[in-house]
Design a binder for this molecule. Sequence first.
Ligand SMILES: O=c1ccn([C@@H]2O[C@H](COP(=O)(O)O)[C@@H](O)[C@H]2O)c(=O)[nH]1
Length: 280
Amino acid sequence: MSAGFGERVRTALRSSGPLCVGIDPHAALLDAWGLTQDAAGVREFGLRVVAAAADRVAIVKPQVSFFERFGSAGFGALEDVLAEARAAGLIVIADAKRGDIGSTMDAYAAAWLTPGSPLEADALTASPYLGVGALDGAFALAGQHGKGVFVLAATSNREAEPLQRSRQDDRSVAAGVLAEVSLRNAAAVAPGEWGSIGVVIGATVDWPAAGIETFAPSAPILAPGFGAQGAEPADLGDRFGAMAASVIASESRSILGAGPDGIRAAIEARVAQYQEAARG
Ligand SMILES: O=c1ccn([C@@H]2O[C@H](COP(=O)(O)O)[C@@H](O)[C@H]2O)c(=O)[nH]1
């Protein structure tokens, strides 16, 4: 039987390091890259980022919203980018932040996590605001197909703090999400293996303030917040401590801002900085 998503990510992090290149075709970046503000523009942008990322990193994270703004043509462009990235051997995390009641969530999961689906990715980001249990169908589908789900727990944006740090049953909401995810992973994999339900913890997050200082997952942590939002490769050890080896360090604007001619060098430089940081 092939390895589950969690174990695939673990292998990828060991061999290629933590950097995940975000594919975020912001309007300003399309202009800077000399591309058009339409579906053809985001398609070309995405394909160029995939070409630059392939063989330099193991994981990419397309931000769905920037494709969605061009409607069905934008989704068509995203389909091409997802297919190209997966064909290049990259692990593709679709950052769509889906979340709904169980049956509706199942349909979102089917769209992103079913082999052969037009929008097939390797993993999907999901919001637990309707309850972690509402995501159970998505977890089950992901497990069935060797895919993953990343559940938002402590996100990188400041606006999330009042909600995610609020307390119930003597723990923060973020800690509750992490605990529910950990229970499900522990039930799904053998001891020592990484589960396929990852979590999102921003690299900007103060763990004690978020009430998550005792969290020790056996699953990948998707960590946006490196680069443009302020965290640096050298901060990885301090911010994630014993969990540093579980971190997928996501960066978008800090790399994409190098432009089409500079992106390869920017990725290589950043990969080297993460290697340097890991050596201490
Ligand atoms: O907590 C979160 C969850 C997701 N994101 C997304 O990651 C990228 C960050 O882009 P940068 O340019 O590297 O800041 C973007 O797609 C966000 O929607 C996040 O920032 N924080």
